[in-house]
Design a protein around this ligand. Structure first.
Ligand code: SAH
Ligand code: SF4
Ligand code: F3S
Length: 471
């Protein structure tokens, strides 16, 4: 039993990151014919962690199922970024409990991910959800096989470490797609924005060695993958924690040199975004002209309280520089409204940036208090109702600009990576342009996984309609 601890999670020492090359093989018959159901919440990092979790489970014989009631193991990979994540998890746990009591008494229920790294969550699970069998954290995913093999019947085990973290290599993934892949380049975060829980749940910033990243990308190219997304909380700080390592701009160039058809990266912080990075993006055809550049707020006062290390003016200058140099760049953002004591004036500053930058799209959030972060202690007199009104107003403006930007595509021919069949209309396929615009069009299923030309015939706020271009 190991419970997480917020004070330990905050610690940053000068201990060197360990690079651990996994090589253990497990007996596939251990859990043969057993099925696992995996549900993922949160960001791309969690989605990719779930691909790793799947591979660990399959190495001891589990098979994947989408049918919860038929599962022998349920595993919930959670997100802690906002408070409402808790309600979602506890709601779903109720369903699992019911299944365990009424359908399958041997069901193993397991919680992992960022919420597992929260002290209060683990305590709550111990007290109120004793039927949960196993809780493990973001630092010990690689121990999953051992944790399950050594599981004692009916005994709850919580194995969550609050540590700075290591880097694991030779990790296996059961990737969801056979044409686009996530590639971690860095783990954790040291920025400690005052509202954010991530540096506590994911540990310190640890870059993977560029040779290991390139080896992975080259294998993906060999296996026919068309697109890689380089993943990190602050990709532009890549390499800074590793002596002698290349910069993110250099890494990006090397990845582009592998001739993978498409490369993109998330997320880049506006701070540390170098001119060299912009040049590399501009000069390489296979680096997608899509950049996610979180703004969070347009008010200098709030940005300072958030610990974001840039001003409104600096953000806009960077935005314009990217737009000038990278042809047809699409820039999207994240915005938080209602940070503690955000005034109407502060909020108007945010709207001002939105009206200046006219983002392609934005993820917008109402500030959510995260226990243990510095902002949680800040005084806040603004009502939730006021915050909701601000969010509503912001979204209206954002959506207008999304539509306006999308309309510019009408009549153009775009390269689209075809991803699959449209959920709502089975006669249609969908895919993404190089600027990450969603396109729906009629076409044959054989096109899935290919990059094809699509003529854009109509634009909506959140998608484009297209027509297959005959070659
Ligand atoms: N590393 C990325 C962000 C990862 S979290 C970056 O710095 O850009 C994704 C988004 O969630 C953030 O950009 C922020 O807009 C939002 N977010 C994070 N903490 C939040 C909180 N406490 N309340 C509301 N939104 C939050
Ligand atoms: Fe959170 Fe800031 Fe790190 Fe992004 S940079 S993960 S917002 S602390
Ligand atoms: Fe959520 Fe953890 Fe990602 S808190 S947003 S899953 S890093």
């Amino acid at each position: 039993m190991n419970l997480p601890n917020i004070l330990d999670a905050r610690k940053r020492t000068d201990k060197k990151t360990e690079y651990i090359y996994l090589n253990e093989e497990y007996d596939k018959s251990t859990f043969s014919s057993k099925k696992y159901y995996l549900r993922t919440y949160g960001c791309q990092m969690n989605v990719h962690d779930s691909e790793e979790i799947s591979a660990h489970l399959e190495s001891i014989g589990f098979e994947k199922t989408d049918d919860l009631e038929n599962a022998d193991l349920v595993i919930l990979n959670t997100c802690a970024i906002r408070e409402n994540a808790h309600d979602k998890l506890y709601g779903f746990l109720g369903r699992c409990k019911h299944i365990k009591e009424s359908i399958n008494n041997n069901l193993i229920i397991c919680i992992c991910g960022c919420m597992a790294q929260e002290e209060n969550v683990c305590k709550f699970i111990m007290e109120k959800h004793p039927y949960v069998d196993l809780v493990f954290g973001t630092h010990n995913i690689a121990d999953l096989e051992k944790l399950l093999i050594n599981k004692k019947d009916n005994k709850q085990n919580i194995e969550v470490y609050s540590c700075e973290g290591n880097v694991y290599e030779n990790v296996k993934y059961h990737r969801d797609s056979n044409f686009k892949a996530w590639v971690n380049i860095q783990y954790g975060c040291d920025k400690f924005c005052t509202y954010c829980i991530v540096p506590y749940t994911r540990g310190k910033q640890r870059s993977r060695k560029s040779e290991d990243i390139l080896k992975e990308v080259k294998e993906l190219v060999k296996d026919g993958y068309k697109e890689v997304t380089l993943l990190g909380q602050n990709v532009n700080a890549y390499g800074k924690d590793l002596e002698g390592e290349v910069s993110f701009a250099e890494l990006l160039q090397k990845v582009a040199d592998t001739k993978i058809e498409r490369v993109r990266f998330v997320t880049s912080h506006p701070w540390d975004f170098t001119d060299e990075m912009i040049d590399v993006i501009a000069n390489n055809e296979n680096i997608m002209n899509y950049i996610h550049l979180p703004l969070q707020s347009g008010s200098d006062r709030i940005l300072k309280l958030m610990g974001r290390r840039y001003t409104k003016k600096e953000y806009i200058a960077l935005f314009n520089k990217i737009k000038d140099k990278v042809e047809n760049a699409a820039i999207t953002t994240d915005i938080i409204v209602g940070f503690p004591n955000e005034s109407e004036e502060d909020f108007n500053e945010t709207l001002d940036v939105v009206n200046t930058c006219k983002f392609d799209s934005a993820f917008t959030f109402i500030y959510s208090k995260r226990e243990g972060t510095p902002a949680a202690k800040m005084d806040d007199k603004v009502s939730l109702e006021e915050k909701e009104q601000r969010l509503y107003k912001l979204n209206e403006i954002i959506n207008d600009y999304s539509l306006m930007n999308n309309q510019k595509y009408v009549g153009k021919t775009e390269k689209v990576l075809v991803e699959g069949v449209n959920d709502k209309d089975q006669t249609k396929l969908f895919g993404y342009t190089e600027t990450m615009k969603l396109v729906n069009f009629t076409g044959d299923k054989d096109l899935i996984g290919k990059i094809i030309n699509v003529e854009i015939i109509d634009a909506k706020s959140f998608s484009l309609d297209g027509k297959l271009k005959e070659e």
